[in-house]
Write a protein that binds this ligand. Sequence first.
Ligand code: CA
Length: 168
Amino acid sequence: MTAHILLVEDEAKLARMIELELSYEAYQVSVVHDGLAGLTAARDLQPDLIILDWLLPGLSGLEVCRRLRTTGDKVSIILLTAKDDVSDRVLGLDAGADDYVVKPFSIEELLARVRAHLRRTSETGPDILQFADLRLNRRTREVHRGDRLIELTAKEFDLLDYLLVHPQ
Ligand code: CA
């Protein structure tokens, strides 16, 4: 299955360059140019990985990252930034970013990080588990039966997850 990458970058030229390189590597790429659009796209498109610029108009990349983690979204996030200060790195990782790439970076380095994170994601299994009309989303930790959202405790959710992976 083709991995879907969401790129949130306000510098048009850089965004275009990264988009082309990712497409060339046969990833499916969606691009948005500000923080709020990034947050919305992350929720709507459920990408496998997000490349997120730190300094963005509107909502900062850091804030987007925090909000996604607050809602339990475990998508891999690579923060992109010109800030190369140790305390900034800590701030980024504390906000829930998985990785940190400092501008200017080589596209080869970014692609290598993307590959590494996608490999990790694929090892932890799919985001969506399904059985009959039951649908469990590991990213949002929501369970639907048909169109209906089912309220589960964290423990019940984990048990259901286990049962769907081990049906016997
Ligand atoms: Ca920027």
